[in-house]
Design a protein around this ligand. Structure first.
Ligand SMILES: [Zn+2]
Length: 382
């Protein structure tokens, strides 16, 4: 399968191109919206002749490479189609607008040789050159570069390669608010998320203070809120990046794939309650951790699978009996009496349910009897 990774790198984008592209996108939107017919449902009647006409009109005063005009038209068509889909479901707000100065650079507009990305600005005379080798964190083992996105200050590069997914064994991960519990190669490991929680708490407090100011200075407080939520997001993502990179390195050594909870199955039940900060954070933790780990593992050809986590922390990993809370984070099996930490219950069940080579309850019993799961063998990682 084809796997990809995206990276942001700072560039000094040609302002005239960014501005020009923004202008033709706005013009294209106006024209394309006039081709949207709304009877009972919205649909686009934008035939090739109309498209050619628009292309010619936009090209007339366009001194940059011509492919940018096509790319602008395509991106506007995508935007309008996205809006129509929402409209037809009764979920669209006002008509779409072009608000972002983002240039989509398709592969006909750049070349990549000897580590240098050469982007055509004006045909045969003006280029933007980016030396990718300067950015050590961008992998060198990719097959090709997908499309590029350019904003005023940065370039988003997507690298792609073809891999065959495999796994010599499986690990499992259960993401909670305060920790990620992992089962890797017969051992339970805990990755604490205290640092991450602290980041969110800090910004939550800042936000509350700003919201008190909102009535007096609405504009300033709006700007501040945006600035802080951007910083919060960046710091939180940075935390998750470091963690998932560390775990990926470990799994790569063992050639292990990962079993994760399929959160789609429990959407709306627990995860959608966005009023509660802790639940919102749990959801963010899980989604961010999973998507980062997945694309990092797949880049190395390591497989990732999702299992339905229903009752994963309430089912006894030994006898499949029902487990009930037994004070604190402990769970006790109502059938066989097994007393065990609830995060461990969840991760062992994920491992068994998701793994073809998973241990049987008997093997798990032996594992516990051998005290493999006693406190000493539990790795505490902070
Ligand atoms: Zn039991």
């Amino acid at each position: 399968m084809e796997v990809f990774k995206s990276y942001r790198i700072p560039v000094e984008a040609p302002k005239d191109l960014v501005e020009g592209y923004f202008t033709i996108k706005k013009k294209a939107l106006e024209v394309i919206l006039s081709h949207v017919k709304i009877s009972r449902k919205a649909h686009l009647e934008f035939k090739s002749e109309a498209r050619r006409e628009l292309r010619d009109e936009l090209s007339r005063s366009w001194r940059f490479s011509k492919h940018y005009v096509d790319s602008a038209i395509n991106s506007v068509i995508g935007l309008v189609k996205g809006w129509m889909t929402l409209y037809n479901r009764g979920k669209a707000g006002s008509k779409p607008e072009i608000t972002k100065r983002t240039v989509y650079i398709k592969n006909t507009l750049f070349s990549f040789r000897n580590g240098v990305l050469k982007i055509s600005i004006e045909p045969n005379k003006r280029y933007l050159e980016v030396e990718l080798t300067k950015y050590s964190w961008i992998p060198k083992d990719f097959d090709k570069i997908g499309g590029l996105l350019m904003t005023e200050k940065e370039l988003v590069i997507t690298v792609k390669k073809e891999v065959e997914l495999r796994a010599d064994g499986w690990s499992s991960f259960d993401v909670n608010l305060a920790n990620i519990t992992a089962f890797i190669d017969g051992k339970i490991e805990w990755y604490y998320l205290r640092g991450l929680y602290h980041i969110h708490r800090t910004y939550e407090i800042k936000r509350r203070k700003i919201q008190k100011l909102a009535k007096l200075k609405p504009k300033t407080s709006k700007k501040l809120l945006e600035k802080y939520s951007r910083r919060e997001g960046n710091r939180a993502k940075d935390f998750m990046h470091k963690l998932t990179t560390r775990i990926t390195r470990k799994l790569k050594e063992k050639n292990f794939g990962a079993i994760l909870e399929n959160l789609r199955g429990i959407k709306g039940r627990i995860l959608n309650d966005s009023k509660d900060m802790n639940r919102r954070l749990s959801k963010w933790n899980a989604r961010t951790f999973q998507s980062m780990l997945e694309y990092k593992l797949k880049w190395f050809g390591l497989d990732v699978k999702y299992v339905n986590p229903r009752r994963s922390s309430k089912t006894c990993p030994l006898c499949s009996g029902s487990m009930a809370s037994y004070g604190g984070r402990s769970m006790k099996c109502e059938e066989c009496g097994l007393l065990i930490n609830r995060d461990i219950v969840a991760v062992l069940n994920l491992q068994m349910w998701g793994s073809r080579y998973g241990f049987t309850p008997k093997a798990l019993n032996e594992l516990i009897e051998r005290e493999e799961l006693s406190n000493e063998s539990i790795h505490i990682i902070t």
